[in-house]
Ligand binder design. Structure first.
Ligand code: SF4
Length: 110
């Protein structure tokens, strides 16, 4: 029983160490560039005018998603044009950007 418990603890510690390593590498490799704006420009998307509080909140949410995005390498490839296809496969903000581009986001006035 103790051997099983020790094995389970060892596996859990290994997984935690691996997660910390991957997370640390992601932070170290991050150059701090805000790719969301580049992606919006590339797709021809812009914030609605006049700007409303809901629009700002949605943009703030998209920025938070972008800052913590694990796919920055794929994003850079796509922005450089060395990756074909749309960005739905790797960018969690693609739907938001496409809605902005098509002017289909309905922002409630406050
Ligand atoms: S792929 Fe990630 S880093 Fe690039 S724009 Fe989308 S959310 Fe931001």
């Amino acid at each position: 029983m103790n051997a099983l418990l020790i094995t389970v603890l060892a596996v859990l510690l290994s997984l935690a160490a691996l997660a910390a390593f991957v997370s640390g590498r992601r932070v170290i490799r991050d150059d701090g560039r805000l790719r969301l704006l580049e992606m919006m420009q590339r797709r021809g998307a812009a914030l609605p005018e006049p700007l409303s509080e809901p629009a700002v909140r949605n943009q703030a949410h998209a920025l938070r998603v972008c800052v913590t995005c694990p796919n920055k390498d794929l994003c850079d490839e796509w922005l450089r044009g060395s990756r074909t296809g749309d960005s739905y496969a790797f960018c969690p903000n693609t739907h938001y950007i496409e809605q902005l581009r098509q002017g289909r986001l309905a922002f409630n006035r406050v």
